[in-house]
Write a protein that binds this ligand. Structure first.
Ligand SMILES: Cc1cc2nc3c(=O)[nH]c(=O)nc-3n(C[C@H](O)[C@H](O)[C@H](O)COP(=O)(O)OP(=O)(O)OC[C@H]3O[C@@H](n4cnc5c(N)ncnc54)[C@H](O)[C@@H]3O)c2cc1C
Length: 319
């Protein structure tokens, strides 16, 4: 793993003490898994003693991406976004961990600026590393000439979700995979993830499987619902959520809007050397989610009406 110092920060004693108020200590033995690829979610773990390795399934074998020892913490952006787990955490040396529930961590980072800086910087740096390091966790098989396949790849790329694309016209590995998973060429594009093979894959089906759509949200009433996750929508969500409003963002294509596809924005105030549109909007989404906003994509708002003093927003998935 490339050595980005942000990804490997250690917590100091007072930060561990603050987290300890919210979590429980647990003894762990070498070989235990704290979470596995394909799990719907996971808690926030601090390594108190021993060591934990982050591994990804690569052609049936576990590839070690990182090793965390005492003082380090586990996790990456999916602790905020709610995306299904795509790497596993395996105890390499017996020891002890502190387990903090995801919601408790979220509340803490919304109110503790120093801890928030450290944890969010690590989550962002780790996602950048995992974009290539854990690409094998989500494999898309589809022709470069297929619009359906392009839509799936574009959704993953714009959402900054690690993945690997295999083109049946040029990639020699595809034949073996099709045979191994009993996939016929008629059902492409296909997405292969731990525990599932999604045939005739679409961004909606994939996002639903990954846990990124409104279907996964228990809540149906919001103080603020923002339609569109471009810079304007993300800013509205961030301000609403930071003022304590229960906030939902609905986006029909992918988080980032037009800005997300801009390779470099040179005229954004405060960034004299420019910033890529993807970096800018990813940071904006993380900032909104840090304050508790839920972001759901892809899903289109199709109508808005007032009913009994409430606004009713209908979505393209019929919710
Ligand atoms: C390639 C490119 C480069 C650019 N470079 C620059 C630059 O350097 N500097 C600059 O100042 N500007 C630049 N821009 C323009 C800038 O990106 C836009 O001004 C900015 O994104 C507008 O933000 P917005 O949030 O208002 O709208 P948008 O970014 O358009 O976001 C609106 C979002 O709403 C979603 N949406 C719409 N309807 C629905 C619905 N019914 N349900 C759910 N979601 C919906 C859309 O999918 C979209 O994601 C660039 C644009 C592009 C395309």
């Amino acid at each position: 793993m490339a050595a980005d110092p942000d990804a490997f920060q250690r917590l100091n004693d007072s930060e561990v003490a603050a987290l300890e108020q919210l979590g429980v200590r647990r003894s762990v033995a070498a070989g235990d898994y704290l979470y596995r690829e394909g799990d719907r979610g996971y808690d926030f773990y601090v390594v108190l003693a021993g060591a934990v390795e982050i591994v990804v399934n690569d052609q049936g074998k576990e590839k070690v991406i990182a090793r965390h020892d005492a003082g380090r913490f586990l996790g990456e952006l999916n602790l905020l976004t709610g995306q299904r787990v795509f790497v596993s955490a395996r105890v390499a040396e017996s020891g002890e961990v502190l387990v903090v529930p995801r919601d408790a961590l979220r509340r803490l980072i919304a109110t503790d600026p120093s801890l928030s800086d450290k944890v969010l910087a690590a989550f962002l740096a780790r996602r950048a590393i995992l974009m290539s390091g854990a690409a094998s966790a989500i494999r898309v098989i589809g022709s470069r000439f297929s619009p359906d396949s392009t839509r799936v790849r574009e959704f993953l790329a714009r959402s900054r979700i690690p993945h690997e694309w295999l083109d049946p016209d040029t990639d020699s590995e595809v034949e073996r995979l099709l045979e191994e998973f009993g996939i016929t060429p008629q059902v492409l594009p296909v997405v292969i993830v731990t525990g599932a093979v999604l045939r005739h894959a679409t961004p909606g089906v994939l996002a639903d499987y990954l846990g990124l759509t409104v279907g996964k949200l228990a809540q149906r009433f919001y103080d603020l619902t923002v339609v569109g996750a471009g810079p304007a929508g993300l800013a509205a969500a961030m301000y609403g959520a930071s003022e304590g409003l229960l906030t939902l963002v609905i986006e029909m294509v992918a988080v980032g809007g037009q800005a997300g596809s801009s390779s470099r924005i040179e005229n954004y105030l405060g960034f004299p050397t420019g910033i890529s549109g993807g970096d800018l909007t990813q940071r904006a989404a993380v900032q909104a989610q840090k304050f508790g906003a839920s972001v759901s994509s892809p899903c289109a708002a199709v109508s808005l009406q007032e009913e009994a003093g409430h606004f009713l927003l209908r979505l393209s998935d019929s919710t």
